[in-house]
Design a protein. Sequence first.
Length: 259
Amino acid sequence: MSLTDIDECTAGTHNCRADQVCINLRGSFTCQCPPGYQKRGEQCVVSKLVLFVCVLDNLDIDECTIPPYCHQRCVNTPGSFYCQCNPGFQLAANNYTCVDINECETTNECREDEMCWNYHGGFRCYPRNPCQDPYVLTSENRCVCPVSNAMCRELPQSIVYKYMSIRSDRSVPSDIFQIQATTIYANTINTFRIKSGNENGEFYLRQTSPVSAMLVLVKSLSGPREYIVDLEMLTVNSIGTFRTSSVLRLTIIVGPFSF
């Protein structure tokens, strides 16, 4: 007497689902998922392996060629990989994301008479007293030309120094800085203009109210680079007997990276 195995897969007597493959066994059968899928309960779902290494005849798979593993830089090693950051950044706790190092809060090379300005990927040092003769420092980053000095008659009454940073290749047009009058005179008209620093037409100044204006970036900028733009507010009274001006000297630091 001989026993003959019944191939349930061929006979169609198995109970495998339509998305499964029937494998005949001696005296039984099993249901398996096709390549690229894994079994979850009774269903086959797409295999989502975040990290994997395939070894065929000692052939290493370069995980760095299969993005997106690392935020900035990926270094392949035999059987694995690790992430690195560009200068000015450090790895976050997840060992994937790069975060900016604020050198102004840690270590920097600024002198005592300088202020530290952090930007995305680096830092810069600027003088705490930026005033140039005949201007004198009256408050932080504010320089005033004394009315008693004859040289001041043809110069802006004050110059305020401001700093800002943007990332490289920022989308345009983009509102980046608002200038606001701090002193308002009665029966006067204020007009705003870019006095200097816009020779290539990267910026546009849009007046938003009688006492304010918005600086608009109209050309994409690539860093690392620094722009110094003088924004001037001219004030004239209604009968033309009074005229004064003030300047906001804006330093724009364009970082080296767009991320």
